[in-house]
Design a protein around this ligand. Structure first.
Ligand SMILES: [Zn+2]
Length: 475
């Protein structure tokens, strides 16, 4: 049966103001991971209004939900995210100016990530109703991508079972369905407990937890020489004591350890824990390690990436108004040319040199980068071990825009972001309809997934009884 893409795209065009409004509202809410109460409710309510059956609070997270519509196979999953980043508050203007200094902002464009998938979900439902196409659409409302990896809990709790293919859209600087993987990660907090004492009068009675944090950092910084090239280790000190005349009785650091494969990240992480134990021993403090999250490396899928690229080309890239291009040009002035060149080169996109003098990506390249890595991590990776998955990007930010920056926030709530939202919703809807209409295509994606998986097994990086840290922001 043929997919009625016109009905889907027509629905997105007819409802574009509503979709933009949803995305802008989530941008304004700018809620942090696991406390995206207003943002998740907005999307869940909207899907319910359109006839989706919504299950809220899945996997012990009040802001996680699954919205389903349809019956039987294939099951197509669409990913939605809606968490913001701390400290990145920014107005939608082309210069750095916080809306409210120190407050969160959508520095990764997840206001669009949630809404593009919603637009696609409802548009696909419309097209299925018109054409009689069968299958199930599942919108996964996934909290806390940026820090507590909501999807990993959802994967552990079998939310993605029975889904044949998963599509996700992330705002980006490029139009791309890349085949590059991401790094696996362990996120852990190191709590050190010492003994308070007057730092001037009786230091010999104190045991400094801050000393332990510092010595651990020194040890880990020496470890860097002996880890594989693609590994990444970074940390912050969250608590370092009260004031200098009190020997700090409690101090805490937060570490991310990343590497291309799960076993590599675990090897390095175990070494980091040994260093922490050594630091505790050196300072006669007590150590408690708390694993906050663990995620896998992304398993790409060429079959799905090619479906995305085909749809991007069929639909055609958005055209920008003079005002939008002027806004983009102003933002571009804040990005040094050498930084832009480095950013483009790092993507390893064939022909990236052509983009150096461009403001916005105006091409749709073939999928590239199989076997290569980006050095970030995403919990989409864990989903990709369960079912064939593609997370594609559409041009939202001027080329060279750094990730997690004020420039990301600024561009997410103006024409550039809005056009990316509507374009990506159509691309996702088109790709979902291609899959629904062609069981051979779904089988091909699944076969590729099986081949890539080989003898590897997914074992949740979370303990069976570990719960999402719902109180993390109060610590
Ligand atoms: Zn993101």
């Amino acid at each position: 049966m043929k997919a009625d893409k016109k009905a889907a795209f027509g629905w997105i065009d007819a409802n574009k103001d509503r979709l933009i409004d949803l995305s802008d509202k989530i941008w304004e809410f700018a809620e942090l991971g696991l406390v995206e109460f207003k943002s998740s409710a907005l999307l869940a309510d909207e899907l319910e209004k359109h006839g989706f059956k919504v299950e809220r609070g899945v996997s012990g997270m009040p802001t996680a939900f699954v919205a389903s519509w349809g019956k039987g196979k294939p099951g197509i999953g669409l990913l939605g995210e809606y968490d913001a980043l701390p400290g990145l508050s920014q107005k939608s203007v082309p210069h750095e100016e916080p809306l409210e200094a120190g407050k969160p902002g959508h520095g990764c464009g997840h206001n669009i990530y949630g809404t593009s998938a919603l637009g696609a979900a409802v548009a696909v439902k419309r097209a299925m109703e018109k054409s009689g196409l069968r299958g199930t659409i599942k919108f996964f409302g996934c909290p806390a991508e940026e820090n507590y990896s909501g999807k990993v809990y959802m994967v552990r709790d079998c939310c993605f079972d029975g889904v044949d293919a998963v599509l996700g859209h992330h705002p980006g600087s490029m139009n791309a369905a890349s085949l590059r993987s991401s790094l696996a990660i362990v996120s852990a907090r190191f709590h050190f407990y010492g003994k308070a004492a007057h730092a001037g009068g009786a230091p010999e009675q104190g045991r400094s937890a801050l000393d332990a944090v510092e010595l651990m950092n020194v040890g880990v910084n020496f470890l860097r020489e002996h880890v594989i090239q693609d590994a990444r280790i970074h940390y912050i000190v969250e608590k370092g004591g009260f004031q200098p005349n009190i020997v700090p009785p409690y101090a805490r650091s937060w570490y991310y350890v990343r590497a291309p494969e799960r076993h590599e990240v675990e090897f390095i992480y175990d070494w980091v824990v040994d260093i922490a134990k050594g630091a505790a021993m050196m300072t006669r403090t007590e150590l408690k390690v708390e694993v906050e999250a663990g995620i896998y490396n992304l398993m790409p899928n060429r079959t799905l990436a090619e479906v995305i690229v085909k749809n991007m080309r069929e639909i055609g890239l958005p055209k920008y108004s003079k005002a939008e291009l002027e806004f983009a040009a102003e933002v571009a002035k804040t990005i040094p040319r050498e930084e832009k060149v480095t950013a483009l080169k790092k993507t390893k996109r064939p022909g990236w040199e052509r983009l150096v003098d461009k403001l916005l990506d105006d091409e749709v390249p073939d999928p590239w980068g199989d076997g290569d890595y980006m050095h970030g991590s995403t919990d989409v990776a864990d989903v990709s071990w369960k079912a064939p998955t593609v997370e594609f990007y559409t041009s939202t930010w001027v080329l060279g825009t750094p990730g997690h920056s004020w420039q990301n926030v600024a561009q997410g709530r103006v024409g550039l972001g809005h056009k990316s939202l509507l374009f990506s919703a159509k691309v996702m809807a088109g790709a979902a309809l291609d899959l629904l209409a062609d069981e051979k295509l779904v089988a091909k994606a699944r076969e590729e997934h099986r081949r890539r998986l080989g003898s590897k097994k997914y074992k949740s990086p979370l303990a069976a009884d570990s719960k999402p840290p719902l109180d993390a922001w109060n610590k």
